[in-house]
Design a protein around this ligand. Structure first.
Ligand code: NIG
Ligand code: FE
Length: 404
C-alpha cells in the first residue's frame, strides 16, 4: 500500500458537502498522494488505514479537523506598513482624509516602487507564515501597489516566486486599477492599464484574475467595465471591489460581466444580492475591513436570502493588517452575526468558489486536496466562541504537516 497520512480519533471531522457543512464525531481522515482517500468514523477508517503503518499518524483526540481556510481576497504583497495611520484614524481622521494628505494606498505605492522584488518576496513569505499559522492553505493575492508596468509585474513576479517557496497555494490577481497614480488623469491611466499593463501581465502569464477598485473618486462603473472587459479578452476573469463606501453600481456590473466575485459590498442592497445570485457571482464579505474602518458590517443575511454562496476573506493590506482567517471567522460571527457553520463554510467552500475552485480546496470530500487544519477545540462551534485566540494547532497541506 502507498504511503498515507492518517489523522485519527478526532472529536469532530468537518467537511463541506453540496448541502452544507457536515460534522462527523469520533472521526478519522486519510490522505494519500495529496488527496483525501477516506474519511468517517475512526474505528472503521483505522481498520483499513492503521496508524502504525502510516507515514504520518496524528492522534487528534479531543480536537476538531476541518478544511484548510481559503482566503479569497488579500493585498498581501507590499512594502512597509502604515501603523501610524492606524493611530491617526483613532484620533479622528478618516481613510479618505489620510489618502488626500499623501497617505493611504499611494504611500504604499511609493514604498513598493523603491523596493526590489527580492525584498517583496521576503515580506510576502513572512505574511504567508502568519496566514498559515492561522489555518490558511490557499490564498488569493492581488497586485495593485505598483501602478506602472514595471512595478505591477514586479509584484506579480514576487507572488509567483513566493508561491513556489511556500506551502500556501497562491492565486494571483492583477489589480493595476487599484488607485490613480499622482499626476495622472483617470481616463489616461485607465488607457495605460489596458494598453500597457494588461498585455505585459498577460504575455507573461502572471495573473488569473483582474480586479478594480470601483468607487466614487477612484474608478467609475464605466471605467471598471472597460478594464474588466479588456482583462477578460486577455483571459483574466473579472473581480471587483464594489459598493464599499458608496453604492454606485459595481455589484450590477459584476453581474453583467459574470465576475467570479464582488467584494466588500458594505452598501449593497437586497436587489444587488439578487443580481449577484442570478449571475452566480460570489459575494466576498470582508469583516476585518469594516472593523478596521469602524464602519458598519456588510449584511450577510441579504445574500443568504438571495440563495447565493457567500465567502469571507481577510482583505489583508496595510489598512487592514490581519493575516488571520480565524479572526475573520470570529468577526463574521461576532460582528456580522453569521452562525459558526455559515462562517466556516464561507471561509472554506464559499471562499474556494470565489477564486473559481469550486471542486478543489476547502471541502475535504474524497478526492479533494488533503489541506486540513487540526484545531484544539472539541467542535467547530468552539472556534468563534473562543474568539481572539488561535485554536489552530496543526496545518497539513496535501497531507504533509506544514505547521505544528
Ligand atoms: O480592499 N479598497 C481598496 N483596497 C484595499 C485597501 C488598500 C489600502 O488601503 O492599502 C481594500 O480595502
Ligand atoms: Fe481589497
Amino acid at each position: 500500500m502507498a504511503e498515507y497520512t492518517v489523522v485519527h480519533d478526532a472529536a469532530q471531522f468537518v467537511r463541506n458537502r453540496d448541502e452544507g457543512l457536515d460534522a462527523v464525531p469520533d472521526a478519522a481522515v486519510v490522505v494519500e498522494d495529496g488527496t483525501v482517500v477516506a474519511a468517517g468514523p475512526s474505528v472503521e477508517v483505522v481498520q483499513e488505514y492503521p496508524p502504525e503503518n502510516a507515514a504520518v499518524a496524528i492522534n487528534a483526540d479531543g480536537k476538531t479537523v476541518l478544511p484548510g481556510f481559503v482566503d479569497p481576497h488579500t493585498h498581501a504583497v507590499f512594502a512597509g506598513d502604515r501603523a501610524d495611520e492606524f493611530t491617526a484614524k483613532l484620533q479622528g481622521k478618516t481613510y479618505q482624509e489620510i489618502a488626500s494628505e499623501g497617505g493611504g494606498i499611494l504611500r504604499t505605492v511609493r514604498a513598493v516602487q523603491e523596493t526590489p522584488r527580492k525584498a517583496l518576496v521576503r515580506n510576502l513569505l513572512s505574511h504567508l507564515d502568519r496566514m498559515l499559522a492561522h489555518g490558511t492553505t490557499t490564498a488569493e493575492v492581488k497586485s495593485g501597489y505598483g501602478l506602472t508596468v514595471e512595478s505591477e509585474t514586479k509584484l506579480l513576479e514576487a507572488i509567483r516566486e513566493a508561491d513556489k517557496r511556500h506551502p500556501i497555494d497562491l492565486v494571483p490577481t492583477f489589480m493595476g486599477a487599484h488607485a490613480v497614480p499622482e499626476g495622472w488623469d483617470t481616463d489616461d491611466y485607465v488607457d495605460h492599464v489596458i494598453e500597457e499593463q494588461l498585455p505585459a501581465v498577460a504575455d507573461r502569464g502572471l495573473a488569473e484574475f483582474c480586479d478594480i477598485f470601483c468607487e466614487t473618486g477612484i474608478f467609475t462603473v464605466e471605467q471598471s467595465r472597460r478594464v474588466l472587459t479588456a482583462g477578460r479578452e486577455y483571459g483574466l476573469t473579472p473581480k471587483i471591489h464594489a459598493e464599499e463606501f458608496e453604492r454606485i453600481g459595481g455589484a450590477e456590473l459584476a453581474a453583467e460581466l459574470g465576475a467570479s466575485s464582488a467584494d466588500h459590498l458594505l452598501q449593497a442592497t437586497p436587489e444587488d444580492a439578487q443580481d449577484l445570485a442570478r449571475a452566480d457571482v460570489v459575494p466576498v464579505l470582508l469583516p476585518g475591513t469594516a472593523f478596521a474602518l469602524d464602519a458598519e458590517y456588510a449584511d450577510p443575511e441579504q445574500f443568504a436570502a438571495a440563495g447565493t454562496t457567500v465567502a469571507i476573506a481577510t482583505d489583508f493590506n496595510p489598512n487592514c493588517f490581519s493575516q488571520s482567517m480565524e479572526f475573520t471567522v470570529d468577526l463574521a460571527c461576532h460582528g456580522m452575526r453569521m452562525d459558526p457553520a455559515s462562517a466556516l463554510r464561507a471561509a472554506t467552500a464559499g471562499a474556494a468558489s470565489a477564486v473559481d475552485r469550486p471542486d478543489g480546496p476547502g471541502r475535504l470530500r474524497e478526492g479533494d486536496p488533503g489541506d486540513l487544519v487540526i484545531a484544539d477545540v472539541p467542535d467547530y462551534e468552539h472556534m468563534p466562541y473562543n474568539f481572539g485566540v488561535s485554536t489552530v494547532e496543526t496545518v497539513l497541506k496535501s497531507g504533509e504537516v506544514v505547521h505544528d
